[in-house]
Design a protein around this ligand. Sequence first.
Ligand code: URA
Length: 333
Amino acid sequence: MWLTEADPGASARRDVLANGGAICDAKRMVPDTHTPPASLRELLHFYADAGADEALAEEAPNRFVEKTPQRIPPLRGEMPDRTERGAVPPDSQGSEAGKAIQDRRSTASPSPPGISRTNGEVSRPRHAAAIPDGAQVARARELAREARTLDELRQQLAAFDGCNLKFTAKNLVFADGNAEADLMLVGEAPGRDEDIEGLPFVGRSGQLLNRMLAAIGRDRQSAYIANVIPWRPPGNRTPTPIETEICRPFIERQIELVAPKVLVTLGNPSTKTLLNTQVGIMRIRGNWQEHRTAGGLAIPAMPTLHPAYLLRNPAAKKLAWRDFLEIKARLAN
Ligand code: URA
């Protein structure tokens, strides 16, 4: 957190942060220290939605006294006036020149403090993220198809740079539980806690999911858990349709490799993506569906309510309970 006591607006903003949970460079980004708390709250929510939700340092750096960054001498054929500003121009990202710039950036300068990897799975970009488009969807399909084991699939995902969400996430959140289990559950995307730990459903929703599993005699040793999107979207925003399409081949291959007896889709986005339906979760939940893998395997699937929804709407737990009893009965057959 970059607030300091010398900043007269600091304690107000700290209150806002404590209430709203958002953390960002408030001192630098809010020059008017007399802004009323309500506006600050809105501003901080805006930052949080934009992904600025983490502490980078205890104090705000004074950008005015920072040293000018060292220039990287241009490669032959580069356009120095456009590249030295810091961003690879969008129109050169796919070109050889763009790649050369990106490659050199990734090797020429060390990672700045504070953004090195915790477990080496996600490399923070020293280059611009790929443009999410149909070409990345096609690449994702090819890579996912090539993976013969879950380990290979995980490696493919860890090396894949076609989804921009990777570049704002701390960790790849691949899966948790037992890949041999006959029950697989798939959520939407990791949240903050999952991003930090690199494991799905470890936050409050995850704790509720554990209790739901326990209610049918299961735990993380007898179930396999993953998400449609394996990287946390910044600020927990909704993944875009193209991000979902880019990630879809990987989760579909993951399901195919696990080949569970029963697949459970948790919540609307996972249900719509994996069951190819537009029917809303409140209507479709509790009704057996089928997930068909690329290889033609038909897996019985039960759409049910997302634990995060149940935390907000505890009265709906009875519906999820019914769905879980269905799942238990199906697994017992
Ligand atoms: N919500 C999800 O959909 N997935 C998680 O891993 C955590 C929360």
